[in-house]
Design a protein around this ligand. Structure first.
Ligand code: AMP
Ligand code: GLY
Length: 444
């Protein structure tokens, strides 16, 4: 069968690679894909802007048109923006089952206010918070609560919508920026002011299948996938500016049985019950961003998709057929799919362009010496790089690639991953050296 993957990052390379490994899949149509999928077995990139479509079609309509013309059996939507814009609804309406929730349920990520309302309605363990549309009220609340305190813009803000304010002045400044100066282009018209939590951060992934029209409630299900950890800061020891993610590891060993039980009881099950009770059509992945506090795990956020770069650490551990899982999810039959994992660990540090997350140059030639690393256990996932003449790769983004290495121990995975990064070079290449070491995790 032919399947479609929407997106162009490292996550989408990993998703495409995992789908292509399935004997059920003949072709993965990557829209638009990247330099990694350009050279990946069974994958073909399609640029929606260049595809021959009726001229009046908008961007999302082009995706639907391509899926239909290419005869794709289902589509996996990688990033949040097309989900929030309703691409899953449009594909479904055109008869193409989608992995990814419909627009209504995608609000769990697209609106932090909607997400918090949902958490409160279903009694999910999370930080105490209030939402504000009036900046005067927001300033007053900050004065009452004091610092540290967390200010979150309601809308999608490409990682720029959260300020962890150490002082009240920083919190007031965030309100001025988000609400009064509108620095986030409308995403900050509503803000959530949240209690500051301390602890260690982790990500937990699940597959959710609740489709009222397709599946009766008794067959709705949620399947836990795996814990993983992103590393958001640029420098070793979780220092420096925030980035889109400097590396990921999976699974984690620093979660106690009690924390896991608490997560299941106070976050995971009530979330699933809430999705079913709302009557949402949610057939896709769900990502819980958690803080392990001394009072148990608290939910920081939902993402209605797989994480980037966590997916690059997660999918190499999957033993069962990813295409079967995606097909089952999209078709409302998750309960029929078995999910099994390899024993062992993946460490996936990310190499970025010099200057990132500030300004950086593009178009740098990437060299990868395949003879200098253990290619049997390492997969290099391409993110911000495009295919260039002569089968080469050139940088085209901030996060360029990650080396996802499997090992029977975390240490073996780590040393294989770094050995692989030593075999990669491009002008200005930079990476953290501590992914997978104690002390590397983001914490507050
Ligand atoms: P979010 O997009 O809500 O996950 O927030 C982005 C980042 O801000 C998180 O990964 C945390 O590092 C930090 N953060 C969010 N909420 C809180 C909180 N209530 N207390 C402390 N840090 C937080
Ligand atoms: N790794 C965090 C995210 O995908 O948003």
């Amino acid at each position: 069968m032919k399947v479609m993957v929407v997106g162009s990052g490292g996550r989408e390379h990993a998703i495409s690679w995992a789908l292509a490994k399935s004997p059920r899949v003949d072709t993965v149509v990557c829209v638009p894909g990247n330099g990694g999928t350009a050279y990946e077995t069974k994958c073909v990139n399609i640029d929606p802007a260049a595809y021959s479509c009726p001229p009046q079609l908008g961007e999302l309509e082009r995706y639907v048109y391509i899926a239909t013309q290419e005869g794709c059996a289902f589509a996996v939507i990688g990033p949040e923006a097309p989900l929030a814009a309703g691409l899953a609804d449009m594909l479904e309406d055109a008869g193409i089952p989608a992995v990814g929730p419909r627009k209504q349920a995608a609000q769990l990520e697209a609106s932090k206010d909607a997400a918090k309302q949902f958490m409160k309605k279903y009694g999910i363990a999370c930080a105490k918070s209030e939402s504000f549309r009036d900046p005067e009220q927001a300033h007053k609340y900050i004065d009452e609560q004091g610092a540290p305190i967390v200010i979150k813009a309601d809308g999608l803000a490409a990682g720029k919508g959260v300020v962890v304010a150490k002082t009240a002045e920083e919190a007031h400044a965030a309100i001025r920026d988000f609400m009064e100066k509108d620095t986030l282009g409308g995403a900050g018209a509503t803000v959530i002011i949240e209690e500051y939590l301390t602890g260690t951060e982790i990500s937990m992934f699940a597959a959710v299948c609740a489709a009222p029209k397709l599946t009766d409630a008794a067959r709705s299900c949620i399947t836990p996938l795996m814990y993983a950890r992103d590393h958001k800061r640029l420098h070793d020891g979780a220092q420096g500016p925030n980035t889109g993610g400097m590396g990921a590891v999976a699974p984690l060993t620093d979660i106690t049985a009690q924390q896991y039980d608490d997560f299941i009881q106070y976050i995971y099950m009530p979330t699933f019950a809430g999705i079913v009770a709302e009557g949402w059509d949610y057939r896709g992945f769900l990502f819980f961003g958690l803080m392990l506090t001394k009072d148990g795990p608290k939910l920081l956020e939902y993402n209605v998709r797989l994480g980037d770069p966590e997916t690059q650490a997660l999918l190499p551990l999957l033993d069962s057929d990813f295409a079967e899982l995606c097909e089952g999810l999209a078709g409302g039959k998750l309960g029929d799919c078995g999910v099994s994992w390899k024993q062992g660990f993946v460490c996936a540090p990310v190499a970025v362009s010099g200057g990132y997350p500030g300004s950086y140059e593009k178009g740098k030639r990437i060299s990868i010496d395949n003879s200098r690393y253990d290619a049997e256990h390492v997969k290099i996932f391409i993110a911000g790089a495009k295919a260039a003449d002569g089968g080469r790769l050139e940088t085209s983004g901030g996060r360029v690639l990650s080396a996802a290495a499997y090992g029977t121990t975390a240490q073996e995975a780590r040393s294989r991953a770094y050995e692989a990064l030593e075999a990669v070079s491009f002008d200005g290449m930079f990476y953290r050296r501590d992914i997978g070491l104690p002390g590397a995790a983001d914490s507050t």
